[in-house]
Ligand binder design. Sequence first.
Ligand SMILES: NC(=O)C1=CN([C@@H]2O[C@H](COP(=O)(O)OP(=O)(O)OC[C@H]3O[C@@H](n4cnc5c(N)ncnc54)[C@H](O)[C@@H]3O)[C@@H](O)[C@H]2O)[C@@H](O)CC1
Ligand SMILES: Nc1ncnc2c1ncn2[C@@H]1O[C@H](COP(=O)(O)OP(=O)(O)O)[C@@H](O)[C@H]1O
Ligand SMILES: [K+]
Length: 514
Amino acid sequence: MKIYSADQIYEAINSTIEKNNTTSNELMEFAGTQLFDWFHTRMQGAQVPIHIYCGIGNNGGSGLVLGRKLLHHGYNVHVYIVNFSDKRTKDFLINYDRIKEFKVWPRLLSSGEDFPEMDKEDIVVDAIFGIGLNRETSDWVKNLIKYINASDAYTVSLDVPSGLYPNDAPEDKEAVIESNFTLTFQAPKLSFFLPETGVYMQRWEAIDVGLDPEYLQTTNTEVQLIDTLEVLPLYIPREKYAHKGTYGHSLIIGGSFGKMGAVTLASSACLRVGTGLITAYIPECGYTILQTSLPEAMVICDEGEKNIAKIQYAIEPKSIGMGIGMGTDAVTVKALKAFLKTNTTPLIIDADALNILATNKTLLKSVPKGSILTPHPKELERLIGEWTDDFDKIEKTKAFAKKYDAVVIIKGANTITIYDNHLYINNTGNPGMATAGSGDVLTGMLTGLISQGYDALTAAIFGVYLHGKAGDIALTGLGYQALTASDIIDHIGDAYLDLFKEPEEPSAEAEENR
Ligand SMILES: NC(=O)C1=CN([C@@H]2O[C@H](COP(=O)(O)OP(=O)(O)OC[C@H]3O[C@@H](n4cnc5c(N)ncnc54)[C@H](O)[C@@H]3O)[C@@H](O)[C@H]2O)[C@@H](O)CC1
Ligand SMILES: Nc1ncnc2c1ncn2[C@@H]1O[C@H](COP(=O)(O)OP(=O)(O)O)[C@@H](O)[C@H]1O
Ligand SMILES: [K+]
């Protein structure tokens, strides 16, 4: 799913008006009808008080259309105008007049006034600011936002939680609506998926507000949300006459005394994702461990007893996953430096290999094209330095990925793959995956995908998706706390099978927060 910038959405609105020979107010009316349908389907006429807070722009205008339609159907509606500016938009004014047809005179809220009384069982519709927010809000509006947040009423935001920019960090973290549900217009916004700003909504759903399909289809976006629809075309089918050589030989380099499990996990995940052959390259002390825990794997031992000391092997792997459990012992750093000088095989660089690169940045130039770096936030900071906010982090990572021509995967909830100034945001995975070894599993999976012929970017997008999906399927019967990295491996097969499941009939529940 494409994630448009605010400018692109305004362009889409203009394009719709031009092509359909319609007016912006007709578009607002359509959006309001869609919003009403959403509420009506769920509320079925229930008389719970609905407090609609409307700004004076088009976000507020949409709130007024919704309010009018709810009133028309006999709902218990209270409408307020958050009067933060004299510059009311044309469509706001049209709908401000029209709501009076129902003998409703919205209460004007402005600086210093008492805010309306609300009960925590009530519903709040937040239509104060949409994507037109362009500066810090005034103090009294901040106070209103804090008041709404403190009310604990179920809050539904229209388009975005008010105070949240689609593509920027808020100046004041308290001046943003904490929405329970965000009904976003046409497509979600980038800020919904980043750790610092995603917290302002528990769930979201995109509402079709009738924007020009041609504009939407032909416009390239910098950001994409990745789900089953996006990854299905990436899948490489297994051929009938294939043999194990067809799907490549993978090499996992890592491990040190006390951290051999990481290599077992990565190698096992690599096999499960479909590599033809797997070799684990480990220090001597891990030999029995690997051979016992994973009979399908071949093992090559380094000359070092407890740490990798000199990387050399006589096989020709198609891809190499390295760094997991490897440690940063001086001999290992030396071995990695020497290895990078001659290696031309694509690498999936994780964990301690990333830490070694971060303290020896000149080595980054020796990372072959077609490689993937998989930092978690702390490892990323070591590579690119500190950032001021998530958007700054993304800009710095884009520049880093460009400089070294590498695919960078920022791990976490909604893992982001970055390459060539594009962002691919993953929509699978769950907090149960914040558990020891789940990153090692991802490294193994990416290695196995590249060995099978996926290019680095495709392997990253597809692998991150499958990893998250396997984690989601593994949750059944386990729950977040009990999920372990091995459970993710056990469900890689299910994640593949899930790609080809017949889509279920879309239900309201399934659409929500896909
Ligand atoms: N098809 C669509 O996508 C439609 C979108 N619509 C809605 O239109 C919204 C955008 O509307 P607008 O561009 O009018 O903007 P908003 O309604 O988001 O913002 C209100 C106005 O306040 C001003 N403003 C911004 N920050 C401020 C601040 N801190 N203090 C005081 N004033 C501030 C802005 O100049 C803006 O005109 C979308 O978010 C969406 O909700 C509707 O027009 C219906 C159609
Ligand atoms: N809250 C979360 N939601 C979804 N996925 C998560 C969450 N927390 C962690 N993960 C995933 O789990 C993995 C953790 O990787 P990492 O931190 O390297 O773990 P380890 O070093 O223990 O292997 C990443 O793929 C990350 O995206
Ligand atoms: K809003």
